[in-house]
Design a protein around this ligand. Structure first.
Ligand code: NAP
Length: 279
């Protein structure tokens, strides 16, 4: 299995470019064991980043993550998120404490504001800073932040944001116009969520065509297309161990200019600015 490359967080710490998503996990108690097994399998194979959130199944996806990390917390770069409605200064701290309990750990490696909400950003950042001081989170970042939000954030906390997690895949290329170059220019990693559009990408013939050239699957091509780009982390969710293995093997695929041209024809890059899309 391939070694997973890393990307530098602002400050220099490495973060893996491939992780394991958890949205949809913890919804059904009868599947939680299989979901934790899939995450554990990913860790066994060397996929060290897990992305979760207090929102997912009301904390039960965090519990599944906690079960998967049991006895091996140091193997994991753990990402979780505070809901916007909770993201006052005190609310952010309280939400993090709840997440730590669900996760069965004393620290979150990267804690994100899930999307912009009713609380002033400065309040959320004050909560993040207090959590950093207390050693309960090691880095903070944001999610679903469009250009205007990023500019505001830069004014408030220049050079501090560790990641912006956004919807990015072949069907959702709007960020290539502005947000992605802006983030790369500042050394802010962009974490691509729903990298296979929750499976909806897989039916497109262009992906199948490229996949045939490599004896690969459409999902692997969609991931290889993301993973070849500098500044990008992809976090596919897979509750099946076979999917986890397949997604990891996507790191071995090197798309060539012919593949990229074919994919550009099927999924054209943006020609003008577009509002950030969300799932
Ligand atoms: P996704 O990763 O694009 O797709 C997940 C779906 O694809 C699951 O049904 C999974 O099936 C299937 N799948 C995974 N690998 C596959 C493969 N190799 N071949 C075929 N099917 C495969 O969608 P997502 O869960 O929305 O996004 C990934 C993660 O990003 C989430 O889990 C979450 O952690 C994060 N996220 C963040 C936000 C945000 O607002 N910040 C929003 C959405 C998602 P199985 O589960 O059956 O294996």
């Amino acid at each position: 299995m391939p070694e997973i490359p890393t990307i530098a967080l602002p400050g220099g710490e490495p973060m893996p470019v491939l992780g394991l998503g958890t949205w949809g996990m913890g919804e059904d108690a009868s599947r939680a064991g299989q979901e934790a097994d899939a995450l554990r399998h990913g860790l066994d194979l060397g996929i060290r980043l897990i992305d979760t959130a207090e929102m997912y199944a009301d904390g039960r996806a965090e519990q599944v993550t906690g079960a998967a990390m049991k006895g091996r917390r140091d193997d994991v770069f753990l990402v979780s998120k505070v809901l916007p409605g909770n993201a006052s200064r005190a609310g952010t701290i309280a939400a993090c404490e709840r997440s730590l309990k669900n996760l069965g750990t004393d620290r979150i490696d990267l804690y994100l504001l899930h999307w912009r909400g009713p609380h002033p950003l400065a309040e959320t950042l004050a909560g993040f800073e207090a959590l950093m001081q207390a050693g309960k989170i090691r880095h903070w970042g944001v999610s679903n932040f469009d250009m205007e939000d990023c500019r505001e954030l830069e004014q408030l906390a220049p050079g501090k944001v560790a990641t912006n997690q956004v919807l990015y895949n072949l069907m959702r290329r709007g960020i290539e116009y502005d947000l992605l170059p802006w983030s790369r220019g500042r050394g802010v990693p962009v974490m691509a969520y729903s990298p296979i559009e929750q499976g909806r990408l897989l039916k497109y013939p262009a992906l199948g065509k490229v996949a045939e050239r490599y004896g690969a699957t459409p999902a692997q091509i969609a991931l290889a297309w993301l993973l070849r780009q500098p500044g990008i982390v992809a976090i596919p969710k897979a509750a099946r161990t076979a999917h986890v293995e397949e997604n990891l093997a996507a790191l071995d695929i090197r798309l060539d200019s012919e593949d990229l041209a074919l994919l550009d024809r099927a999924f054209p890059p943006p020609a003008s600015a577009r509002p950030l899309e969300m799932l």
